[in-house]
Ligand binder design. Structure first.
Ligand code: ZN
Length: 235
């Protein structure tokens, strides 16, 4: 990894992408962020994004210097062309093909492709995403091979040498909390705990030890279990 490399982080305001952003700020000379508005049922993630960026700037003068522009992209076409529990008011369940209906087909492929186009324009050389195969929610576009194939396709299609980095690919949720501690100490863990949003239902009422959320949806369940393993509590 070259210190002169510059990165564009797919930043949604969730636990994973916030950890990825801290990771990029540690490893690259210049870091920009990109977020997507695709008609999410609950836009909570989008409202916590700017607060998180501000808090990360406040946590470290070095991070403040490195952190550049934030790009917010309208991808509302996703809700027009797909039918999923992420964009429509339907119950979360498993579909006949074994995938949960929170899966938005091709979403990460589209996100990475749009990010690559922005990176091309901004002269950024690395794309960072929170895709993870370890706590695999059944999303085939989070696979390591999917990302590697996409990197090849993007570089062939745009005649570039853009690198796709997925620092969480082989970490479980417990290890993601550990990575946050390694990158920014207790202050970053606390910021991620109370400042990020993961819950599928958009619930943000009570602050649990692992953060805000309904506590029962698949995203909350994963997050809560990982946090309890991280602090060494009973799971
Ligand atoms: Zn939830």
């Amino acid at each position: 990894m070259l210190p002169t490399d510059t990165a564009l982080v797919l930043f949604s305001g969730g636990q994973d992408s916030t950890t990825c952003l801290a990771w990029a700020l540690k490893n690259y000379a210049r870091v920009e962020t990109i977020g997507f508005d695709y008609g999410q049922r609950h836009a909570v993630e989008l409202t916590v994004r700017p607060q998180l960026l501000q808090s990360l700037r406040a946590q470290s003068a070095e991070w403040n210097d490195k952190l550049g522009e934030d790009h917010m992209i309208d991808l509302s076409l996703i809700s027009a062309i797909s039918q999923t529990a992420m964009t429509q008011d339907i119950a979360i369940e498993t579909q006949a093909n074994g995938l949960p209906n929170t899966f938005v087909p091709g979403r990460n492929l589209l996100f990475m492709t749009v990010a690559a186009t922005v990176a091309y324009r901004r002269g950024l050389t690395v794309l960072v995403g929170g895709m993870c195969e370890t706590d695999f929610s059944g999303y085939p576009d989070c696979r390591d091979d999917t990302m590697k194939a996409l990197q090849v396709a993007l570089n062939l299609g745009m005649d570039t040498r853009i690198k796709l980095e997925t620092p969480l690919m082989w970490r479980d949720k417990k290890q993601t909390w550990e990575l946050a501690e390694e990158l920014g100490g207790q202050a970053l863990v606390d910021l991620i705990r109370s400042g990020t949003h993961t819950c599928y239902l958009g619930e943000r009422g009570a602050l649990h030890d692992w953060g805000y959320g309904c506590g029962t949806c698949p995203a909350c369940d994963l997050r809560a279990r990982g946090y309890r393993q991280y602090v060494g509590a009973e799971v």
